[in-house]
Ligand binder design. Structure first.
Ligand code: 5GP
Length: 146
């Protein structure tokens, strides 16, 4: 029988851990003492942002309350910025737990995607242009800072 509580162990070399360590570049949208928000390099729609806690959590089961709250508050800031920059109300908040659900990076993260569920692109398939990602990150960051 499948153990539903069995999950991947936290890997200090996962791609988001390396970003937090400063070993891998990313297009930053927002950062505070408990969270980091950056552009998804394979967006499911233009403006797709990921929000991660500065805690070694694989998925929702590991997330400590203070980091859960911080991720939610950062997500709110990012979503409000997406609404302004893309002049649209609709933003999808998505979060995958476990490979069976499609999770591919095992450091907890929230996806914020300015899209309708009916128009959502494929998950982690098509790499975006770096200049476009940099431009959008800068626009979102400017709105959050304002
Ligand atoms: P998951 O499948 O774990 O819910 O989502 C992982 C997300 O990370 C995917 O949307 C994927 O496009 C994104 N991703 C994978 N590798 C990188 C990377 O090196 N940099 C950035 N910024 N995003 C990545």
């Amino acid at each position: 029988m499948t153990d539903v509580n069995q999950q991947t162990a936290y890997d200090n070399n996962n791609i988001f851990a390396k970003m937090l360590d400063g070993d891998i570049p990313y297009y930053k949208v927002y950062e505070d003492d408990k969270t980091l928000a950056f552009m998804d390099i394979m967006p499911q729609a233009e403006g797709h942002v990921l929000v991660i806690p500065k805690q070694k959590a694989v998925d929702l089961t590991d997330l400590e309350p203070e980091y859960a709250a911080a991720v939610l508050m950062t997500s709110k800031k990012v979503m409000q910025a997406q609404r302004q920059v893309f002049e649209r109300e609709g933003v999808i908040q998505m979060q995958l737990n476990g490979s069976q659900a499609g999770q591919t990076v095992f450091h907890y993260h929230v996806h914020l995607i300015p899209s309708s569920i009916h128009e959502l692109g494929r998950h982690a398939v098509t790499q975006a242009d770096n200049n476009d990602l940099a431009d959008i990150a800068q626009k979102l960051a400017a709105v959050i800072d304002a």
